[in-house]
Write a protein that binds this ligand. Structure first.
Ligand code: NDP
Length: 247
Protein backbone atom coordinates (compact mmCIF):
# COMPACT_ATOMS: atom_id res chain seq x y z
CA UNK A 1 0.00 0.00 0.00
CA UNK A 2 2.91 2.35 -0.55
CA UNK A 3 2.78 5.78 -2.20
CA UNK A 4 6.37 6.61 -1.28
CA UNK A 5 7.98 8.99 -3.78
CA UNK A 6 4.72 9.28 -5.76
CA UNK A 7 3.32 12.70 -6.63
CA UNK A 8 -0.31 13.20 -5.62
CA UNK A 9 -2.64 16.09 -6.46
CA UNK A 10 -5.39 16.57 -3.87
CA UNK A 11 -8.19 18.97 -4.84
CA UNK A 12 -10.18 20.60 -2.05
CA UNK A 13 -7.16 20.20 0.24
CA UNK A 14 -8.04 23.31 2.26
CA UNK A 15 -10.69 21.59 4.40
CA UNK A 16 -12.20 18.36 5.69
CA UNK A 17 -11.47 15.18 3.77
CA UNK A 18 -8.98 16.83 1.40
CA UNK A 19 -6.82 18.07 4.29
CA UNK A 20 -6.89 14.60 5.85
CA UNK A 21 -6.04 12.90 2.54
CA UNK A 22 -3.14 15.29 1.94
CA UNK A 23 -1.72 14.76 5.45
CA UNK A 24 -2.07 11.00 5.12
CA UNK A 25 -0.48 10.75 1.64
CA UNK A 26 2.39 13.05 2.69
CA UNK A 27 2.86 10.98 5.85
CA UNK A 28 3.11 7.87 3.65
CA UNK A 29 5.96 9.47 1.70
CA UNK A 30 4.21 11.05 -1.29
CA UNK A 31 4.82 14.60 -2.47
CA UNK A 32 1.41 16.23 -2.23
CA UNK A 33 0.19 19.04 -4.45
CA UNK A 34 -2.41 20.91 -2.42
CA UNK A 35 -5.11 22.52 -4.58
CA UNK A 36 -8.12 24.71 -3.72
CA UNK A 37 -9.32 28.31 -4.02
CA UNK A 38 -8.22 29.42 -0.53
CA UNK A 39 -4.49 29.43 -1.14
CA UNK A 40 -3.71 31.00 2.24
CA UNK A 41 -5.19 27.94 3.97
CA UNK A 42 -3.14 25.69 1.67
CA UNK A 43 0.03 27.61 2.57
CA UNK A 44 -0.53 26.84 6.26
CA UNK A 45 -1.05 23.13 5.50
CA UNK A 46 2.07 23.07 3.32
CA UNK A 47 4.07 24.57 6.22
CA UNK A 48 2.65 21.97 8.62
CA UNK A 49 3.51 19.07 6.28
CA UNK A 50 7.02 20.41 5.67
CA UNK A 51 7.57 20.91 9.40
CA UNK A 52 6.91 17.18 9.77
CA UNK A 53 9.70 16.51 7.26
CA UNK A 54 7.34 15.70 4.37
CA UNK A 55 6.90 17.27 0.93
CA UNK A 56 4.11 19.57 -0.26
CA UNK A 57 3.45 22.25 -2.84
CA UNK A 58 0.37 24.41 -3.41
CA UNK A 59 -1.52 25.49 -6.49
CA UNK A 60 -4.57 27.75 -6.82
CA UNK A 61 -7.47 25.87 -8.39
CA UNK A 62 -11.15 26.58 -8.94
CA UNK A 63 -12.56 23.35 -10.38
CA UNK A 64 -15.70 25.15 -11.58
CA UNK A 65 -13.57 27.21 -13.98
CA UNK A 66 -12.06 25.70 -17.11
CA UNK A 67 -9.57 28.58 -17.26
CA UNK A 68 -8.45 28.01 -13.67
CA UNK A 69 -7.92 24.27 -14.33
CA UNK A 70 -5.88 25.05 -17.46
CA UNK A 71 -3.79 27.60 -15.55
CA UNK A 72 -3.17 25.23 -12.62
CA UNK A 73 -2.00 22.39 -14.88
CA UNK A 74 0.16 24.80 -16.94
CA UNK A 75 1.74 25.92 -13.66
CA UNK A 76 2.44 22.29 -12.65
CA UNK A 77 3.92 21.61 -16.13
CA UNK A 78 6.16 24.63 -15.73
CA UNK A 79 7.39 23.32 -12.36
CA UNK A 80 8.16 19.96 -14.01
CA UNK A 81 5.62 18.08 -11.89
CA UNK A 82 4.36 14.74 -13.26
CA UNK A 83 1.38 13.43 -11.32
CA UNK A 84 1.06 9.76 -10.34
CA UNK A 85 -2.10 10.14 -8.24
CA UNK A 86 -5.09 12.50 -8.40
CA UNK A 87 -7.59 12.72 -5.56
CA UNK A 88 -10.52 14.52 -7.17
CA UNK A 89 -12.07 15.58 -3.88
CA UNK A 90 -13.29 19.20 -4.21
CA UNK A 91 -17.05 19.42 -3.83
CA UNK A 92 -19.97 21.42 -2.47
CA UNK A 93 -23.31 20.34 -1.00
CA UNK A 94 -26.07 22.86 -1.86
CA UNK A 95 -28.96 21.25 0.01
CA UNK A 96 -32.37 22.54 -1.09
CA UNK A 97 -35.85 21.16 -1.82
CA UNK A 98 -36.03 20.11 -5.50
CA UNK A 99 -39.38 21.88 -5.96
CA UNK A 100 -37.72 25.30 -5.65
CA UNK A 101 -34.11 24.51 -6.56
CA UNK A 102 -32.88 27.31 -8.84
CA UNK A 103 -31.10 26.65 -12.13
CA UNK A 104 -28.20 28.68 -10.76
CA UNK A 105 -27.85 26.44 -7.68
CA UNK A 106 -28.16 23.32 -9.85
CA UNK A 107 -25.38 24.63 -12.13
CA UNK A 108 -23.17 25.51 -9.21
CA UNK A 109 -23.36 22.00 -7.68
CA UNK A 110 -23.08 20.11 -10.97
CA UNK A 111 -20.28 22.33 -12.33
CA UNK A 112 -18.17 21.83 -9.21
CA UNK A 113 -18.95 18.20 -8.36
CA UNK A 114 -19.27 16.60 -11.80
CA UNK A 115 -17.89 18.87 -14.54
CA UNK A 116 -14.96 19.84 -12.30
CA UNK A 117 -14.12 16.19 -11.58
CA UNK A 118 -14.20 15.42 -15.31
CA UNK A 119 -12.03 18.38 -16.37
CA UNK A 120 -9.39 17.76 -13.66
CA UNK A 121 -9.31 14.02 -14.47
CA UNK A 122 -8.98 14.77 -18.19
CA UNK A 123 -6.14 17.29 -17.74
CA UNK A 124 -4.27 14.83 -15.51
CA UNK A 125 -4.92 11.84 -17.79
CA UNK A 126 -3.62 13.66 -20.87
CA UNK A 127 -0.31 14.13 -19.07
CA UNK A 128 -0.25 10.59 -17.62
CA UNK A 129 -0.79 9.29 -21.18
CA UNK A 130 1.86 11.56 -22.72
CA UNK A 131 4.54 10.65 -20.17
CA UNK A 132 3.56 6.94 -20.45
CA UNK A 133 3.71 6.75 -16.64
CA UNK A 134 0.02 5.93 -16.17
CA UNK A 135 -1.47 6.72 -12.78
CA UNK A 136 -4.36 6.40 -10.36
CA UNK A 137 -7.30 8.79 -10.25
CA UNK A 138 -9.64 8.60 -7.27
CA UNK A 139 -12.89 10.51 -7.66
CA UNK A 140 -14.57 11.28 -4.35
CA UNK A 141 -18.29 10.63 -4.88
CA UNK A 142 -20.67 9.80 -2.00
CA UNK A 143 -23.12 7.14 -0.83
CA UNK A 144 -25.61 9.62 -2.28
CA UNK A 145 -24.18 8.59 -5.64
CA UNK A 146 -25.72 5.16 -5.02
CA UNK A 147 -28.93 6.04 -3.17
CA UNK A 148 -30.87 9.21 -2.42
CA UNK A 149 -32.03 11.32 0.52
CA UNK A 150 -34.32 14.34 0.75
CA UNK A 151 -33.31 17.85 -0.34
CA UNK A 152 -30.14 16.82 -2.16
CA UNK A 153 -31.38 16.30 -5.73
CA UNK A 154 -28.55 18.22 -7.43
CA UNK A 155 -25.87 16.81 -5.11
CA UNK A 156 -27.09 13.20 -5.45
CA UNK A 157 -27.37 13.55 -9.24
CA UNK A 158 -23.86 15.01 -9.42
CA UNK A 159 -22.40 12.19 -7.29
CA UNK A 160 -24.24 9.45 -9.23
CA UNK A 161 -22.74 11.14 -12.28
CA UNK A 162 -19.27 10.86 -10.74
CA UNK A 163 -19.75 7.12 -10.11
CA UNK A 164 -20.83 6.51 -13.70
CA UNK A 165 -18.24 8.90 -15.15
CA UNK A 166 -15.59 6.98 -13.23
CA UNK A 167 -16.62 3.72 -14.92
CA UNK A 168 -16.57 5.37 -18.34
CA UNK A 169 -13.12 6.89 -17.84
CA UNK A 170 -11.76 3.62 -16.42
CA UNK A 171 -12.91 1.81 -19.55
CA UNK A 172 -11.30 4.32 -21.92
CA UNK A 173 -8.09 4.99 -20.03
CA UNK A 174 -7.01 1.47 -19.00
CA UNK A 175 -5.04 1.36 -22.28
CA UNK A 176 -2.89 4.24 -20.96
CA UNK A 177 -2.18 2.50 -17.66
CA UNK A 178 -4.52 4.89 -15.85
CA UNK A 179 -6.84 3.48 -13.18
CA UNK A 180 -9.96 5.45 -12.24
CA UNK A 181 -12.01 4.54 -9.17
CA UNK A 182 -14.59 6.29 -7.04
CA UNK A 183 -14.52 6.50 -3.27
CA UNK A 184 -17.99 6.87 -1.77
CA UNK A 185 -17.97 8.11 1.83
CA UNK A 186 -21.00 7.88 4.07
CA UNK A 187 -21.55 10.63 6.63
CA UNK A 188 -18.18 12.00 7.69
CA UNK A 189 -18.01 14.98 10.03
CA UNK A 190 -16.57 18.03 8.20
CA UNK A 191 -17.55 21.64 7.43
CA UNK A 192 -19.84 20.42 4.65
CA UNK A 193 -22.35 18.91 7.14
CA UNK A 194 -21.39 20.08 10.67
CA UNK A 195 -24.47 22.32 11.00
CA UNK A 196 -26.82 19.60 9.78
CA UNK A 197 -25.55 17.00 12.26
CA UNK A 198 -26.06 19.42 15.14
CA UNK A 199 -29.82 19.46 14.39
CA UNK A 200 -32.41 17.00 15.75
CA UNK A 201 -32.81 15.53 12.25
CA UNK A 202 -29.05 15.07 11.98
CA UNK A 203 -28.82 13.37 15.38
CA UNK A 204 -31.66 11.02 14.41
CA UNK A 205 -29.78 10.08 11.24
CA UNK A 206 -26.64 9.20 13.21
CA UNK A 207 -28.72 6.74 15.29
CA UNK A 208 -29.66 4.94 12.04
CA UNK A 209 -26.05 4.33 11.00
CA UNK A 210 -25.33 0.67 11.92
CA UNK A 211 -22.04 1.64 13.60
CA UNK A 212 -23.97 4.41 15.49
CA UNK A 213 -21.48 7.17 14.78
CA UNK A 214 -20.44 9.65 12.13
CA UNK A 215 -17.26 8.79 10.32
CA UNK A 216 -14.03 10.69 10.90
CA UNK A 217 -12.02 11.72 7.82
CA UNK A 218 -9.28 9.27 8.82
CA UNK A 219 -11.80 6.39 8.53
CA UNK A 220 -11.38 6.81 4.75
CA UNK A 221 -7.56 6.66 4.73
CA UNK A 222 -7.26 2.89 4.23
CA UNK A 223 -9.64 2.83 1.26
CA UNK A 224 -7.94 5.83 -0.34
CA UNK A 225 -4.50 4.31 0.11
CA UNK A 226 -5.69 1.05 -1.46
CA UNK A 227 -7.07 2.84 -4.53
CA UNK A 228 -4.13 5.24 -4.86
CA UNK A 229 -1.33 2.70 -4.42
CA UNK A 230 -0.20 -0.37 -6.37
CA UNK A 231 -2.09 -2.53 -3.85
CA UNK A 232 -5.16 -1.63 -5.93
CA UNK A 233 -3.45 -2.29 -9.25
CA UNK A 234 -6.18 -4.62 -10.59
CA UNK A 235 -8.98 -2.26 -9.52
CA UNK A 236 -10.39 0.18 -12.03
CA UNK A 237 -13.94 1.47 -12.50
CA UNK A 238 -14.72 0.32 -8.96
CA UNK A 239 -16.81 2.24 -6.49
CA UNK A 240 -15.67 1.73 -2.90
CA UNK A 241 -18.25 2.60 -0.24
CA UNK A 242 -17.02 3.49 3.27
CA UNK A 243 -20.08 4.34 5.36
CA UNK A 244 -20.25 2.52 8.70
CA UNK A 245 -22.91 0.21 7.26
CA UNK A 246 -26.00 0.89 5.16
CA UNK A 247 -28.63 3.19 6.63
P1 NDP B 1 -15.55 20.60 3.02
O1 NDP B 1 -16.63 21.60 2.81
O2 NDP B 1 -14.94 20.47 4.36
O3 NDP B 1 -14.38 20.83 1.95
C1 NDP B 1 -14.67 21.06 0.59
C2 NDP B 1 -13.37 21.36 -0.11
O4 NDP B 1 -13.66 21.54 -1.51
C3 NDP B 1 -12.69 22.62 0.38
O5 NDP B 1 -11.31 22.38 0.48
C4 NDP B 1 -12.96 23.63 -0.72
O6 NDP B 1 -11.84 24.51 -0.84
C5 NDP B 1 -13.04 22.73 -1.94
N1 NDP B 1 -13.81 23.33 -3.02
C6 NDP B 1 -15.14 23.65 -3.04
N2 NDP B 1 -15.45 24.22 -4.22
C7 NDP B 1 -14.28 24.28 -4.94
C8 NDP B 1 -13.96 24.75 -6.24
N3 NDP B 1 -14.87 25.34 -7.03
N4 NDP B 1 -12.68 24.63 -6.66
C9 NDP B 1 -11.74 24.06 -5.87
N5 NDP B 1 -11.99 23.59 -4.64
C10 NDP B 1 -13.25 23.70 -4.19
O7 NDP B 1 -16.19 19.21 2.54
P2 NDP B 1 -15.72 17.70 2.75
O8 NDP B 1 -14.29 17.63 3.06
O9 NDP B 1 -16.71 17.04 3.60
O10 NDP B 1 -15.98 17.14 1.27
C11 NDP B 1 -14.95 16.71 0.40
C12 NDP B 1 -15.58 15.84 -0.67
O11 NDP B 1 -16.15 14.69 -0.06
C13 NDP B 1 -16.71 16.51 -1.45
O12 NDP B 1 -16.64 16.12 -2.81
C14 NDP B 1 -17.95 15.94 -0.79
O13 NDP B 1 -19.06 15.95 -1.65
C15 NDP B 1 -17.47 14.52 -0.51
N6 NDP B 1 -18.24 13.84 0.52
C16 NDP B 1 -18.27 14.28 1.82
C17 NDP B 1 -19.00 13.60 2.75
C18 NDP B 1 -19.09 14.02 4.17
O14 NDP B 1 -19.91 13.47 4.91
N7 NDP B 1 -18.30 14.96 4.62
C19 NDP B 1 -19.78 12.41 2.40
C20 NDP B 1 -19.65 12.02 1.03
C21 NDP B 1 -18.92 12.72 0.14
P3 NDP B 1 -11.89 26.08 -1.19
O15 NDP B 1 -13.16 26.62 -0.61
O16 NDP B 1 -10.64 26.61 -0.54
O17 NDP B 1 -11.82 26.13 -2.68
Amino acid sequence: MTVKDRVALVTGASSGLGTDFARMLAGEGATVILAARRVEVLAALKAEIEAAGRKAQTVALDVSSEASIAAAFAELDQRGIALDIVVNNAGISGAAPAITLSAQDWDSVVNTNLRGVFLVAQAAAQRMRDTKRGGSIVNVASILGHRVAGNVAAYAASKAGVVHLTEALALEWARYGIRVNSLCPGYIETEINRNFFATEQGQALIKRIPQRRLGAPSDLDGALLLLASDAGRYMTGSSVVVDGGHL
